[in-house]
Design a binder for this molecule. Structure first.
Ligand SMILES: [Mg+2]
Length: 385
């Protein structure tokens, strides 16, 4: 059985937990309206005014004049996310994170030890509430597709269990927007064909959808029939580790972009070392104002060193800026071609001595940041450039 856990209004809930005087008030976390900022997360009290994430902060303030706006504190959310992850690990190692506040858990092998999946789900919710002071919505079902819908339907602070064999009565009455991969345009086309609910899809033959919509139609038909064979893919099996950041406003100054990139390089190095991974393909991703996304990659000797990642990332970004200095709205940095440290151990002896020093710095930085919170110790840009 699979559990989908999704924290409720995550960033906003963390901030309210840390400032109890804000409980029940309309709170958003995001960029300021003076700087064309957008809402990153809205508390449920704020949502009642029609405020939602990705909305310009200025619009949100118009909808709700007494709105409390707080700045985004990413290191804090990363830390809480790790604490949540640690709760999951008590029950299963089969965890597939989808975001900082969202993950799939395969608890099939844990049921003998911890009881039925729905008990594990409610225990996880309980532990997150009592130990972290936050609420999560959880959905439990026989596959990912249904588990995710179950967590969504009962939000916030929800706990919904779809027993094996009950999948179809659960899915049938739902509108087709719950089918993964259907955009607004496709949904409109389904409507013109007289299809509004998941049952409407299920009651027509598979061939009808393959003829009308091709591969995507077959996928939709399978989901409507409760068929979803995608396994939960734990991060240790994942092919890449990456971090990205969408800006509140488009940024064109290369200096500012380098500052953001350094932060991404530090997060990436930290994640790799934490997971005992080394990577040999560094990928830079950037998106411009017209939503065109580009990537640049380079090969490295397998590494988890922040200094090495930073040097290579900087070279990629500078080359990209030289070719096209257009303002950017997103910057991402990832590592693929991963190997476990033990596999990479053989290469270690071949590493030049100079890298010894930077490994010591990484280890020290990690120790201090683990102890006092991420971002306590950061490299100065000049000293490592
Ligand atoms: Mg969430």
């Amino acid at each position: 059985m699979i559990i989908h856990v999704d924290m409720d209004a995550f960033y906003a809930s963390v901030e309210i937990r840390d400032r109890p005087e804000l409980t029940g008030r309309p709170v958003v976390v995001g960029g300021s309206s003076e700087h064309r900022g957008v809402v990153a997360a809205a508390s449920y009290a704020a949502r009642r005014y029609g405020v939602h994430s990705a909305m310009p902060t200025a619009t949100a303030k118009k909808l709700c004049p007494e709105l409390v706006l707080l700045p985004v504190d990413m290191p804090k959310y990363l830390e809480v996310s790790e604490q949540i992850r640690a709760v999951f690990y008590r029950y299963t190692p089969d965890i597939e994170p989808l975001a900082l506040d969202e993950a799939f858990l395969d608890v099939t092998a844990s049921e003998r030890l911890f009881g039925p999946a729905q008990h594990i789900a409610s225990e996880i919710r309980q532990v997150i509430r009592t130990q972290l002071g936050l609420t999560a919505s959880v959905g439990t079902a026989s596959n990912k597709f249904i588990a995710k819908i179950a967590s969504e339907l009962d939000k916030p602070d929800g706990c919904l269990f779809v027993p094996r064999g009950e999948e179809q009565p659960f899915l049938d009455p739902l509108p087709i927007k719950y089918i993964w991969g259907l955009g607004d345009k496709t949904i409109a086309r389904y409507r013109t064909l007289g299809i509004a609910t998941i049952k409407d899809i299920r009651c027509r033959p598979k061939e009808y959808f393959s003829a009308e919509f091709g591969v995507q139609g077959i996928k939709a038909w399978e989901l409507a029939n409760g068929i979803d064979r995608r396994p939960v893919e734990p991060e240790r099996h994942s092919k890449s580790v990456s971090h990205e950041l969408t800006f509140a406003t488009d940024i064109s100054a290369t200096e500012s972009l380098l500052g953001i990139l350094l932060g991404l390089a530090e997060q990436l190095g930290w994640r790799l070392r934490k997971k005992g991974l080394k990577g040999s393909c560094l990928n830079l991703k950037f998106r411009n104002q017209s939503f065109q996304t580009r990537t640049r990659s380079c090969r490295l000797a397998a590494t988890d060193s922040t200094a090495t990642i930073w040097q290579a990332a900087k070279a990629l970004l500078l080359a990209a800026r030289e070719a096209d200095p257009a303002p950017l709205r997103l910057l991402g940095l990832g590592m693929s071609k991963l190997s476990h440290r033990r596999q990479a151990q053989a290469l270690l002896e071949l590493e030049p001595r100079a890298q010894e020093q930077s490994r010591k710095i990484d280890a020290l930085t990690d120790r201090i940041n683990d102890r006092f919170g991420k971002g306590t110790l950061r490299r100065g840009m000049s000293s490592s450039s």
